[in-house]
Design a protein around this ligand. Structure first.
Ligand SMILES: *Cc1c(COP(=O)(O)O)cnc(C)c1O
Length: 381
């Protein structure tokens, strides 16, 4: 565990509000009740740190977790209670079935091959092994086609081999409530679910939880909404979770005609004050924000001037009075002035991608119940 002293060795600070994550979990739990509310913490809890986020959700009462890969399940299990189910959304890579079973993780069987490998292992154990089964209700990404799923339901040996904990599907357009695909997928899933009586069903990602009760199923699988991102136009009541600030490395004034940054892509048309801040594309601040994005300070928008570098970005601070920003001060990149969604829009992407790319160099400050815990990579300073 690192001390607070280390934080000064970091030029950028990523604040993660665990109270807000817990509040968002409560909000969605209440929405989907009586369905059970799980939590998707794949990709290191969308980049925010599964070993901090997982226990916070556990303290809030979450007992059903979803990760994408087997390698994510172990580190999560080590920091939360044993009374949980950890589902592996991508299923099992060939050759890792025994390891997965030994550790008690529950794979989502997505393909006929994954089903066959799991059944082979079960038969070698002489007992059924827990798993979830994903059916493809229309997204054509992962999951068994309808006919193959029905064939399994009608195969008495399947129930002997597999202790089916969940029948799940995934919505392609949950963030667009008006798309007919949502109700079409729901109808196909219900038809398939009828072949698996007594098995809990799971349909909704974050967007699905805001589509209406018929999408809630028995177990909801929200991810991004827990992290404060609105998963569509119907979302409400979610609290922002992330704050990102970076330090000013240098301030200068340039005259009209002076070029800025790689390629001298920005050329001042008037006298301009610039601040070079300690964040770049290596920190997950997308390079495509060059000439488009902004930082903020005291209510003023500070447009990015020129290209984003690996470790720094130059912003135009002409809008600020001179005394309002000094070298060593911080500017806001994500927070009350500029939402994650705004950054994503500027970068031509979605908030998911911004979140999961937030780099390893930030000092991470986790806030919960009035206390702050700092986590930094490596052993700094
Ligand atoms: C990532 C994922 C989720 C969570 O999606 P969000 O949009 O972040 O809520 C749920 N289910 C599956 C199968 C996923 O891959």
């Amino acid at each position: 565990m690192q001390s607070h002293i280390a934080i000064d060795a970091f030029s950028s600070r990523l604040g993660i509000d665990l109270d807000a994550i817990r509040a968002n979990y409560r909000t969605i739990s209440r929405r989907v009740a009586p369905a059970r509310c799980g939590a998707v913490v794949k990709a290191n809890a969308y980049g925010l740190g599964a070993t901090m986020v997982g226990p916070a959700l556990y303290r809030e009462g979450c007992r059903t977790f979803f990760v994408a890969q087997l390698c994510e399940a172990g580190p999560l299990e080590q920091v939360i209670g044993g009374d949980v189910e950890i589902f592996i959304l991508n299923g099992i890579d060939p050759g890792t079935e025994a390891l997965c079973a030994e550790r008690g993780f529950v794979p989502v069987l997505n393909s006929a091959t994954q089903v066959e490998h799991w059944r082979t292992l079960a038969r070698s154990h002489g007992r059924s092994l827990p798993a979830a089964l994903q059916v493809d209700s229309g997204m054509s990404r992962l999951g068994l086609p309808s006919a193959a799923a029905i064939a399994l339901a009608n195969d008495p040996a399947f129930a002997r081999d597999v202790d089916l904990r969940l029948l799940m599907t995934h919505l392609a357009c949950a963030d667009e409530p008006a798309r007919p695909a949502n109700v079409e997928q729901l109808a196909r899933f219900r038809m398939l679910h009828a072949h698996f009586p007594g098995v809990p069903g799971s349909i909704a990602n974050s967007g699905g939880t805001f589509l209406g009760g018929e999408f809630h199923g028995d177990v909801a699988r929200p991810g991004v909404a827990l992290f404060g991102v609105d998963p569509g136009p119907l979302a409400e009541g979610l609290r922002p979770v992330v704050r990102l600030d970076a330090r000013v490395l240098q301030i200068r004034t340039i005259e009209a005609g002076t070029g800025v940054g790689y390629g001298l892509e920005h050329v001042a048309t008037t006298r301009q004050r610039l601040a070079t801040i300690a964040i770049g594309y290596a920190d997950g601040w997308p390079r495509c924000l060059g000439g488009v994005g902004a930082a903020w300070r005291g209510g003023a928008r500070l447009p990015v001037a020129g290209r984003v570098s690996m470790d720094s970005t130059t912003v135009d601070i002409s809008a600020l009075p001179e005394e309002a920003l000094r070298e060593g001060d911080f500017v806001e990149l994500i927070g009350p002035s500029q939402s994650l969604d705004q950054v994503a829009r500027d970068a031509g992407t979605i908030a998911y991608e911004i979140l999961t790319q937030l780099g390893a160099r930030h000092a991470r400050i986790y806030h919960e119940s009035g206390a702050a815990q700092v986590r930094v990579p490596g052993s700094y300073p």
